[in-house]
Design a protein around this ligand. Sequence first.
Ligand SMILES: [Zn+2]
Length: 232
Amino acid sequence: MFLGHYGVAFALKRAEPKVSLGTLFLAVQLVDLLWGICLLLGWEQVRIVPGYTAASPLEFVSYPITHSLLAGLLWGVAAAALYYSWPTTDTARHWQASAVVGVAVLSHWFLDLVVHVRDLPLASDDSAKLGLGLWRSVAGTTAVELVVFLGGLALYLTLRTRRQVVPRARTLVVAALLLIVYFAASFGPKPASVREIAIADIAFIIIAALLGGWANVRAAAPEPHPRHAHAH
Ligand SMILES: [Zn+2]
């Protein structure tokens, strides 16, 4: 899954506006960021097999550190704890906000579960592997990616509280960029090497998180206090 992760980030932003959209963009893709690093270190393995599934040429040989359900839970708890302990003066709803960050990290595994073939382990490589295999259908994959992404985006755009304003223009620029990268990656030239995949993966996730922070809601300007009109 690609766009869908960002749809979940937008939806979680609607649920807990306190967490920066940049933080949520990073959280929903945390295990893919770690996956890129693990590939470069040789700790996890992927193979490029053209036509492996209709929508993806990647055979995920081994990736229990980043893409097992157990790892998703542990990375989620770690991310929530990191968010909770990050120095801040804004401690309102801090526990809830930390939980949302943890849920964002864990959500990655469940979205991947929809598209991957049976390669997502529960724990180690020896445990059962799951995957619903939507990647066997390009049309099905594209449809689900777009529905989750646009649904989350629509939820975010309706966010309006007294104190928060969604910067619509920036949000639409970021959404358009994500759509362009998705279609270019899905239907453009395929990566030539695992190293290229890993570096593109890491760079993309970091840049997307920075863009998310740029499109984050800002505090609305304080409402001007109407001055009492005095006679004379
Ligand atoms: Zn993934």
